[in-house]
Design a binder for this molecule. Sequence first.
Ligand code: CUA
Length: 321
Amino acid sequence: MVGPLVQSALDPHSPQGERLRDLIWIFTAVCGVVWLAVMIALAIAVWRRRASAAPEPSALERAAELRLTIIVGALVGMTAVTVLALTGLSYATQKRVLGRPLAAGMALLVTGHQWWWEVEYKDDEPARTFTTANEIHVPVGVPVTIRLRADDVIHSFWVPSLMGKEDLIPGRENSIRFTAARAGIYRGQCAEFCGAQHAHMALLVVAQEKPDFDAWRDGQIRSADDPNEPERQKGLAAFLAKPCVMCHAVRGTSAAARVGPDLTHVGSRMTLAAGTLPLSRGTLAAWLADPQGVKPGSQMPFVQLDPDELNAISAYLEGLK
Ligand code: CUA
């Protein structure tokens, strides 16, 4: 596992993230100053009211009334200017973060499912197109456009250190852009309540230097290797004989369903069940033995396996690097 990853919009690692962080601080500072001014004015008003007895309504002076009108008018004006300035600033940031289409760079397609992320790396060459899940690798310094779709309900894609939120809406395509400024692993989280396991709909963005990214991509493009060890061979046979193949794909085998995550290189990922568990042979076995205990309501059904099959399938999947 990759340790407790901090996800914070105040710790940006992309130009888009930096813009949003600046916006957050400007809003916080301006609103803080306004709040402080209002509190001070309130305290003065309360104190002065105590000090002098209330005047008779009929005793109001014209001069005092005029002064009050000017003060209230000025404050209303200042409020309007502040709100308009913040709105303008917000629009300007949004335009800079989202508005400029990227000439060159990399494009991905992410589809939100209850409760996991399908990630497709499209390539002009069909043989270099591949699908993975819950873990997005990107090269450092390359602008990335992610097209966002949803399969069932509305989800929201959010990796706080890299970009703002963008909804994934069934029947429509949105997109979000970012450029990772430095290598690192950034946690992301579905940010729109989407059902029982909304909280367990996490993802990781792994930003890598170009050579590392290319090596990763070449590995992902490959079909799964045929297992050599007897236990893993038994695992493959059991995997193909069980209902696993109704939902999952392992390229290079007859398993080609696309209901659940593509498992071709599941052993290379850091987490299991969309960030719910760190990935290891032990957690794979735990997940297979009791998916509804690990992630109640998940679409992953309980499949009856004897202990040998459970061990063998876990070994097979863990070896899919
Ligand atoms: Cu998907 Cu919340």
